[in-house]
Structure formats: structure tokens, C-alpha cells
Design a protein around this ligand. Sequence first.
Ligand code: SF4
Length: 57
Amino acid sequence: MVTVNKELCIGCGACVATCPDAFEMGDDGKSHAKDGAADADCVEAAKNACPVSAIEA
Ligand code: SF4
């Protein structure tokens, strides 16, 4: 299960740029994990790219 902590996310878009298969920006300006995000092999890279460590996987 991949989740984005909405309290921490600052909406920088780094995870979407790093791993568009698993993340997308929502209408709230924050990142959301897509359905099936756990199957993407770039989740770890996105996790490392997040400046506020908002991604849990
Ligand atoms: S990299 Fe982190 S802070 Fe930036 S949009 Fe993604 S979850 Fe939010």
C-alpha cells in the first residue's frame, strides 16, 4: 500500500515527475497515490525524491 500524508505534502510535484505511474496531483494541489501504485517500480525513487518524506510505502 502506497500512501501520501496530506498533512506533510507541499504539492511540489517531485513524486509525479519521478513516478507518474504511481502518483498524480489532485484538485487539492496535493499528490495522490494512484490505483495500483504499489506495483510501480519507481515508488522507492519517488519516496526518496519527496522533500518532506510524505510518501509511505
Ligand atoms: S514529492 Fe512529496 S511533497 Fe512533493 S508532491 Fe509528492 S508527496 Fe507531495
